[in-house]
Design a protein around this ligand. Structure first.
Ligand SMILES: Cc1cc2nc3c(=O)[nH]c(=O)nc-3n(C[C@H](O)[C@H](O)[C@H](O)COP(=O)(O)O)c2cc1C
Length: 195
């Protein structure tokens, strides 16, 4: 065995989504975020398109994101405005040390189906979540709020063919997190054909 498999399995199995409400005040430093981004780039891609692009909000950057999304909500949802939703858009980013905007830059020639590009970006995100987990950092991939609004895509500097796939929140968890969750055993999701 080239690697310590029990540790690799533990990192995979112990990775848990931890939402910003369960982060402590301890800050995740920029150097660690850079380490996550370095892990992201090793995800496999068909034709080496490497379609990911990440915009990191850190320090006062999270305030900018909070301002952007809460104001956008206020402007666009004035007819069905809900104070609670507005507050969440304004306050949640401030609970995180850093937030990574998950972007997909579409291959100019569109050589591969978009499903493959989304799969690659998702694997890049998983790489980041695993490295975060190994550091004891909580991560949360959020696709709520303004994620799929065209104005968000534009604000992220993306063009029509690109995609904005959500926000990866990062923060050290409070005491008591992560908690265990369950998964169905493989019999539920696997069929075998052994000839
Ligand atoms: C693409 C994607 C989008 C997600 N978006 C949200 C979201 O908007 N809100 C949310 O509460 N959880 C979101 N999640 C996190 C899931 O809720 C979480 O992964 C799930 O509860 C399983 O928990 P675990 O990651 O600890 O195994 C998202 C996960 C993925 C992969």
């Amino acid at each position: 065995m080239r690697y310590n498999l029990s540790e690799i399995k533990a990192v995979i199995e112990d990775r848990r989504t931890i939402i910003p409400e369960n982060y402590s005040t301890r800050k995740v430093h920029k150097e660690i975020v850079m380490e996550l981004l370095d892990a992201a780039k090793w995800a496999p891609t068909h034709r080496y398109t490497q379609p990911w692009s990440f915009k990191v909000f850190i320090g006062d950057g999270v305030k900018k994101l909070a301002e952007f999304q809460s104001q956008l909500y206020k402007e666009l949802k004035s007819d069905c405005f809900e104070q609670e939703k507005y507050d969440k858009l304004r306050d949640r980013p401030l609970m995180a040390s850093a937030i990574i905007g998950i972007c997909l830059k579409r291959d100019e020639a569109e050589r591969d189906p978009i499903e493959e590009e989304i799969a690659s970006v998702s694997m890049a995100v998983q790489n980041m979540m695993l490295v975060a987990g190994a550091h004891g950092i909580g991560a949360f991939w959020s696709t709520g709020g303004v994620t799929y609004w065209p104005q968000t895509k534009e604000w992220m500097g993306l063009s029509e063919k690109d995609k904005f796939l959500g926000f990866l929140y990062l923060g050290y968890p409070k005491e008591g997190w992560p908690r265990k969750t369950r998964r169905k055993p493989q019999e539920y999701f696997t069929s075998w054909d052994e000839g």
